[in-house]
Design a protein around this ligand. Structure first.
Ligand code: SF4
Length: 254
C-alpha cells in the first residue's frame, strides 16, 4: 500500500514509573491535518499495534491544544516540542515519540513536571498584592519593561529549555533557564520588585545561576522564543551586584 495511506508511529512506552521502557509501533489510517495529539487519540480509540496485537492505549497529557499549557510536551523525532502544534504532515515517518528525559516518567509519554512548579514557589514567582482592601494603582512600568515582561510572561512551564540543557542532570541541582526568566519577570514588575532581593538570594544559592554552564541551548529550544540568554545575563549581573553590595555593607572587608 502507498505510504500515504497510513501514519506510522514508533512510541517509547513505560507502564509504571519503575518499569523498563519498551517500543511499540502503530499504523493508523492517513487523514490530512492530524497533529500528534489527534493521532494519539486515534490510537486510544483502537489500541492495536502495527502487527495487529491488541495493547493498552498510549498515555499522554494534554489540555489547551493551542501551545499555551505546555502539558503535551514530548520528544518528537528527536526534538522536544508540543504534540498539539506539531502537524503530522510536517513529520518524517515513522514518527518517533518519546517522553521528555529530564523529568520522571509517570506512564508512556506523560511525565511529572512538578519540580518546575516547586522551583517557581522557591523564587516566589508571584506578586503579593492580594488583600481585601483597595491598595490603589500599582507603580508604573516603562514601555521597555512592559515589552520584556510580556515576552517572559508567555512561558508555559513546558520544560523544553530544561530538556535541552546539559546542566539538568542527576549530578546538578540547576533549576534551569525557565526559572531564571521568571525571576527576571517578577523582579521587573513594579510591585514584584519588593521581593527582588529575596529572589536574587535564591538565585545565588544551590541550583541557582552559578550552576548554569552557559551551553546556550535553552533559548533555541524554547517554543515561545523567550529571551532566556539575555535573562541569564541580567540575573547574573543582579546576583553579582547583590554580592558586592552585601560585602560593602558588611564588616567582612575590615
Ligand atoms: Fe518552555 Fe520557554 Fe518556558 Fe522554558 S522558558 S519552560 S522552553 S516556554
Amino acid at each position: 500500500m502507498a505510504e500515504k495511506e497510513f501514519i506510522h508511529l514508533k512510541i517509547k512506552r513505560q507502564d509504571t514509573p519503575e518499569s523498563n521502557p519498551y517500543w511499540q509501533e502503530f499504523k493508523i489510517p492517513y487523514k490530512k491535518k492530524h497533529n500528534i495529539v489527534s493521532v494519539l487519540k486515534e490510537i486510544q480509540k483502537n489500541p492495536v499495534t502495527a502487527d495487529g496485537t491488541p495493547t493498552t492505549p498510549v498515555v499522554w497529557e494534554s489540555n489547551c491544544m493551542e501551545e499555551v499549557c505546555g502539558s503535551c510536551t514530548m520528544i518528537i523525532n528527536g526534538k522536544v516540542q508540543q504534540g498539539c502544534s506539531t502537524l503530522v504532515d510536517h513529520c518524517k515517518q515513522p514518527i518517533v515519540l518519546e517522553p521528555m528525559s529530564k523529568f520522571p516518567v509517570i506512564r508512556d509519554l506523560m511525565v511529572d513536571r512538578n519540580s518546575m512548579f516547586e522551583n517557581l514557589k522557591k523564587v516566589m514567582a508571584w506578586i503579593p498584592i492580594d488583600g481585601s482592601f483597595d491598595m490603589g494603582p500599582g507603580p508604573k512600568m516603562s514601555p521597555k519593561e512592559h515589552l520584556v515582561a510580556y515576552e517572559l510572561s508567555r512561558c508555559m512551564t513546558c520544560g523544553c529549555c530544561l530538556e535541552a540543557c546539559p546542566q539538568i542532570n542527576p549530578r546538578s541541582k540547576f533549576m534551569g533557564a525557565q526559572i531564571v526568566g521568571q525571576v527576571r519577570l517578577f523582579n521587573i514588575h513594579g510591585s514584584g520588585k519588593m521581593q527582588a532581593e529575596d529572589r536574587i538570594e535564591v538565585m545565588k544559592g544551590p541550583g541557582g545561576i552559578t550552576e548554569c554552564g552557559n551551553a546556550q541551548l535553552c533559548q533555541e529550544a524554547c517554543p515561545k522564543d523567550l529571551p532566556l540568554l539575555n535573562s541569564i545575563g541580567q540575573i547574573n549581573r543582579q546576583t553579582t551586584w547583590s554580592g558586592i553590595l552585601k560585602w560593602f555593607n558588611s564588616g567582612d572587608r575590615e
